[in-house]
Design a protein around this ligand. Structure first.
Ligand SMILES: Nc1ncnc2c1ncn2[C@@H]1O[C@H](COP(=O)(O)OP(=O)(O)OP(=O)(O)O)[C@@H](O)[C@H]1O
Length: 278
């Protein structure tokens, strides 16, 4: 694809907003050891968007996601969620949840107890907590496995437990750091499709980190391409295809065109640091 065709998918610098869910305002990060993980990033994500962060290893995807989550402080700049500083998200009446790549379940506790953990920590009364756990397990199709121990479940099912543990807090914003990266291709596709259903049903805003171009095209309303050394945002692409997206989207000519556009961008992003260093 030539540059003109590629540019057809590039978003304008300032996407049109409805309600801004996340605003990253010149936020940058240098770790205490001096690693410049992110140059100043400006990124606005509207309520209801499904935004994927894509880019070569070390480009700062996890760093950016953790800053949005408030798990890391930016060295400079600001991050707002629903117009409030991340630490004051409660004041906005919104909630966020973070899903890690590894399910990190307590091996000695049942699925039910694992999913209930955030509610127990928040002091939610037992009856209400149990009802919410049951609802979250039903959403991820694990209601029949509430009493099982994690080791009795497949990798994909364990990941569903982890997602249920995120959903049980009834989040508005779901931050997912390569959640399906360790799963086989078929399980990953299945969970991708389930995640899209959840996103639509619960009207979530999602920021999703992946290394997979195909996953990014299938899931996202927008893809943010990042480059490494130093980490930065280099391009953005709207995936302007209607939802719900079904498996046949993945074998369509449009899908291939989006994938090719992202592939070219990823190649540019991967060689960008060589230019910076040259
Ligand atoms: N705690 C830390 N201390 C120092 N440097 C760090 C720390 N965490 C990450 N880095 C560095 O910051 C840069 C960005 O890392 P980050 O994990 O955010 O990238 P990433 O795009 O998520 O990578 P990957 O795709 O490999 O998971 C890398 O150079 C990494 O080595």
């Amino acid at each position: 694809m030539n540059d003109t065709e590629s540019a057809a998918y590039t978003l304008p610098a300032q996407p049109r907003l409805t309600v801004p869910a996340v605003e990253v305002l010149s936020a940058e990060k240098t770790y205490p050891n001096g690693t410049q993980a992110l140059l100043p990033v400006d990124l606005r994500i509207a309520e209801g968007e499904f935004v994927t962060l894509l880019g070569p290893s070390g480009c700062g995807k996890s760093t950016l996601l953790k800053m949005v989550a408030g798990m890391l402080e930016p060295t400079d700049g600001r991050l707002l969620v629903w117009r409030k500083p991340v630490a004051q998200i409660d004041e906005s009446g919104r909630r966020m949840a973070f899903v890690f790549q590894s399910p990190t379940l307590m091996p000695w506790a049942s699925v039910r107890t694992n999913v209930r953990l955030p509610l127990d920590l928040a002091g939610v009364p037992r009856k209400e907590a149990e009802d919410r756990v049951a609802e979250a397990l039903e959403l991820v199709g694990l209601d029949k496995f509430a009493s099982a121990l994690p080791r009795a479940l497949s990798g994909g099912m364990q990941m569903r437990v982890s997602i249920a543990r995120g959903l049980v807090t009834q989040p508005d914003l779901l931050l997912m750091d390569e959640p399906f990266g360790a799963l086989d291709e078929i399980t990953r596709h299945k969970l991708d499709a389930e995640l899209l259903e959840l996103w639509q049903k619960k009207k979530l805003t999602v920021i999703f980190v992946t290394h997979s171009i195909h996953e990014a095209v299938f899931l996202s309303s927008r893809v943010v391409m990042m480059a490494a050394r130093p980490g930065r945002v280099v391009e953005q692409f709207g995936i302007d295809e209607p939802y719900p997206r079904r498996a046949d989207f993945m074998v369509s000519p449009q899908f291939s065109r989006y994938a090719k556009t992202l592939q070219d961008s990823l190649l540019r992003a991967s060689s960008a640091h060589d230019e910076v260093q040259a």
